[in-house]
Write a protein that binds this ligand. Structure first.
Ligand code: SF4
Length: 364
């Protein structure tokens, strides 16, 4: 893992040598593999599962919160049962505000942890504890903490897609929707930033804020697959289409965007922009909410491979794909897959997360 200060200068060798390269990348299942392993349900079986889950959610005073990148069946179920479909922080905020005793988080590991960080008095469960995130995996606390210690002059700002231990070391936790506002605010106070883990998001924020940012070099393996050259070809075929890009995408793709935004901002854009057709560079399960918001609009997936290349994720996160109806039912029937966060870590992670919530409330 290398670091870069966002201005093209590499970090000193002494810093780079403290960072390890993980081999988790070789073990990530492809989305096709995950989809293939899922038991296929006919409509009748699916309805039976949904009915049972609805019943257990009520009986156990539990609420289902789902991320925009999960299977539309789960998103619909969350909506129908009084839960929510949102980004990670909103999922956690919703869980905290809910009168439910149990929060079932359909998403990836750091989302379950974030829900627990905000709601220690509640029980938090996940359909699949193995569902994780390349940004989280690519920023292990044992490497990140000494790296921060080596840069005491920098304010540590981490993206929500990190472990509880990494959040606990940070001064701020941010989401993509508000990251640039926070960085602008810190830069206006003359602060230098240490940013982790997404290098593309960091570079994008640095380009619009001109802040002094030292970037951890993690990335999202789903957004990393979007390619500028094939996007250009697609745009030529659809000259009237507007390009919407999530800032975890490579900077060459971000540069082609008509709008760069978080998941929630991209959904709003489809509805509020007057255009009819959109090319969307983010996980394609977001189309469910986009189509709900603007049923008459045409959505096209941004291409995920260069000429002659293949994709691994193919615009859908394999870890998000691990969330299933069967997994939710198992959690409710067997009380398994509870998320735990060590209390000393949780308290510190809560402080850096709460700082963001206070900032968001103050700048509304
Ligand atoms: S889509 Fe990317 S950022 Fe989101 S959970 Fe999957 S790997 Fe992580």
């Amino acid at each position: 893992m290398k670091t870069d200060n966002g201005k093209g200068r590499s970090a000193p060798k002494s810093i780079m040598s403290t960072l390890s390269t993980s081999d988790w990348e070789n073990t990530v299942p492809t989305t096709q593999e995950i989809e293939h392993q899922k038991p296929q349900l006919d409509e009748q079986q699916q309805n039976k599962l949904i009915k049972r889950i609805k019943q257990l959610l009520v009986e156990q005073n539990a609420v289902l919160v789902a991320h925009y990148y999960t299977d539309p069946v789960l998103q619909q179920l969350a909506d129908e049962t009084g839960g929510c479909v949102a980004d990670s922080l909103e999922m956690a905020r919703f869980g905290k505000a809910s009168p439910a005793d149990k929060i079932i988080v359909a998403g990836v590991r750091f989302m379950g942890e974030t829900a627990k960080i905000l709601s220690p008095e509640k029980k938090v469960f996940m359909p699949e504890l193995e569902a994780t995130c390349s940004l989280d995996l690519g920023c292990p606390a044992e490497d990140f903490i000494p790296f921060c210690d080596d840069h005491p002059d920098r304010v540590v700002v981490v993206y929500a897609n990190t472990s509880a231990r990494v959040k606990a070391r940070a001064d701020w936790v941010v989401t993509s929707g508000i990251a640039s506002e926070v960085i602008k605010h810190l830069a206006s106070e003359g602060k230098k930033i240490l940013w982790a883990p997404d290098r593309h998001l960091g570079k994008y924020i640095q380009s619009i804020t001109h802040a002094d940012m030292l970037l951890w070099q993690g990335s999202c393996i789903v957004h990393d697959e979007f390619k500028a050259d094939t996007l250009l070809t697609l745009k030529e075929k659809h000259p009237d289409a507007r390009i919407l890009v999530h800032p975890e995408s490579p900077y060459t793709v971000v540069e082609m965007a008509d709008l760069v935004g978080s998941t929630t901002q991209l959904i709003h854009a489809v509805k509020s922009m007057p255009d009819q057709t959109f090319i969307v560079a983010t996980d394609n399960r977001i189309f469910y909410k986009m189509q709900q918001a603007a049923p008459d609009k045409t959505l096209i997936e941004a291409p995920t491979g260069g000429v002659g290349a293949t994709c691994t994720m193919c615009a859908h996160c394999s870890w998000m794909a691990m969330n299933t109806l069967q997994g939710i039912l198992k959690v409710l029937e067997q009380n398994i897959n509870e998320v735990h966060v060590e209390e000393s870590v949780r308290i510190k992670a809560f402080e850096s997360t709460q700082r963001l919530l206070d900032f968001a409330a103050a700048t509304k």
